[in-house]
Structure formats: C-alpha cells, structure tokens
Design a protein around this ligand. Structure first.
Ligand code: R5P
Length: 288
C-alpha cells in the first residue's frame, strides 16, 4: 500500500501512512503560467494498491481538480487498485434538486470520481449517509464520532448531554456515546401557541449539566450559535461545540466563542486551528 498525499491533506496523509506503516508519496504540484495544474507522482506505482488522500474543502474546485488528476495518473501509472480517500467530500450537501433546474452536485462528483479511475471511495461523516448509495464503486462513509467520544472522556464533564442541533444530527450524538457515556438528545421547535415557537431539547433537562453540541459540519456557525443561545437560556453549565468538518466560513469561530462556547473542536478531515481529533486511525482501519 502506498499513500499519496494531496495538498489539502498532507498532515492527515502522513498520519495515515504512519498508522499503516507504509510508504508516503508527496506528488509534485505546480501551476502553469495560466494557472492550470501540473501534477506528477514521482514513484513507481505499477501493481501497487494506492490510496490518494485529498480533502475537498476550500478551495473546493482546485482540490477536486487535483484529486481527479492524481487518481487518473495513479491508475494510468499501473496502480492495481486506487482508493479515493476524501475525508471531507465537498459538494455533497446539494444531494437533490431543491428547486427546478438545479444541478445535483453530488451526482456530478460521483461521475467525475468514478470516471477518474477511483475503485473505491472512503469519506468521513458524509452529510447524509444515503448519499453513499448513489456510487457504483464501493463507497463508505466512516463516522468520526466514536473518536470524538474518546476525546471527550478526559474532560470530566458534569452529567453530560450530547446534543444534535436538529433531529438529523442525533445520530452523531448517539455514535459518540458509543465511546463516551452520556445522555443523547436533539433540539426541537415546540409550538407553544399558534404564534409562539420555543426551541428546546426534545426530552432532557439540561439545567446544571455540561452539554456538547455535535454536528457533521460547522460552516457559518449559525446553527451552533442558535443552539448555544437556547442551552444558556435553559441553564446548561458548560457548553462545548464539536464537529467532524471545520468548514468555518467567515468569522464562524469568533461567533461561536462569543456566544459562550467553553471549547470548539473538530477532526483533521479539514486541517484547522480547532483540529483536535485525528481520523487517521479510522481511515487506516478502512484501508486495511
Ligand atoms: C446541516 O444540515 C448540517 O448538518 C449543519 O448543521 C450545517 O451545515 C451547519 O451550518 P452552519 O454552521 O452554517 O449553521
């Protein structure tokens, strides 16, 4: 097995290669004067099983293009099997046609990945698990939440609650609770009167308890900031916010900290200042 490190996932690729005890290849990547990419994989790949690791976070289009070039080159250079390891799969949120005439981006990405020669796709906490069903190649979305659960253990939280900011996100809380004992819940909108809506945890009282908000993505931070507001009103003690993918658009982090989060953390699917949990063991296991 050889790990090829895309430019968006260099540190993670190093960690995965270390976990696997296998070779790490850093491709040569340059720009032509007109800004097109030049990619070269300086390694004999014939007959090898190759994992190209490249997250498709910002700049998404460049990172995708680099990924397609690397996959195609690896296949063309004789690799026996090429796994596309895309820890953060960009364009996955547009998974249906919400308005007439829209492009269903994740379907386009499927065609391009398969067309570039990927034999397998491995990603982490894809926006909706069902998306993996559209791929014709073997495609897996791994959950980083049990690793996040392990990260929470030494924090010694008081009577902790793991909370999804909406019903869809409770799966993240439940998966984290496999390695960290805590109650799980999610926020719901409850209509008090025909004109008044209240947001609160579905089942649990959070007063005096430590709460960890868990989601797949923190992008603008709007979802987490709203959740923090509700939890503070409900008397939560310390509030933490965690996610798999730190997309962090604009001043998301500042907004979340100002809202009163005790800590904000994420994995290294996207390398950021809040990457405190590595998904390398998870990816290495899947590649094994
Ligand atoms: C939405 O379905 C996702 O799970 C996240 O809740 C969302 O992407 C977070 O976005 P933002 O940080 O912009 O509120």
């Amino acid at each position: 097995m050889l790990v090829v490190a895309g430019s968006a996932s260099q540190k993670l690729a190093q960690r995965v290669a270390k976990e696997l005890g296998c070779g790490l290849v850093t491709p040569e990547l340059k720009r032509f004067p007109d800004e097109e990419f030049y990619v070269r994989i300086p390694e004999e790949l014939k007959g090898e099983s190759v994992a190209v690791i490249q997250s498709t976070c910002r700049p998404q289009n460049d990172n995708f293009m680099e990924l397609f070039l690397l996959l195609d080159a690896a296949k063309d250079l004789g690799a026996e099997r090429v796994a596309a390891v895309v820890p953060y799969l960009g364009y996955a949120r547009q998974d249906k046609r919400f308005e007439p005439g829209e492009a269903v981006s994740v379907r386009t990405i499927r065609k391009l990945l398969e067309g570039a020669g990927a034999d397998e796709l491995i990603t982490v906490d894809v926006h909706e698990d069902e998306i993996m069903g559209i791929f014709e190649i073997q495609a897996k979305s791994l959950s980083a939440m049990p690793l996040i659960g392990e990260f929470l253990t030494p924090l010694n939280l008081k009577n902790p609650v793991l909370l999804g900011p909406d019903q869809g996100a409770i799966r993240h809380a439940e998966r984290a609770s496999k390695s960290f004992e805590a109650d799980c819940d999610y926020l719901v909108k409850k209509r008090e009167t025909p004109t008044k809506v209240r947001v609160e945890p579905k089942e649990l009282e959070v007063g005096g308890r430590d709460v960890v908000i868990l989601d797949d993505i923190i992008s603008t931070g709007g979802t987490v900031v709203e959740a923090i507001k509700v939890l503070r009103e409900q008397g939560a003690r310390k509030i933490y916010a965690g996610c798999t993918h730190a997309v962090l658009a604009g001043d998301a982090l500042k907004k979340i900290r100002e809202a009163g989060a005790e800590d904000v953390f994420a994995t290294d699917t996207i390398e950021s200042e809040i990457s405190k949990v590595s998904v390398a063991p998870l990816i290495a296991d899947a590649l094994r």
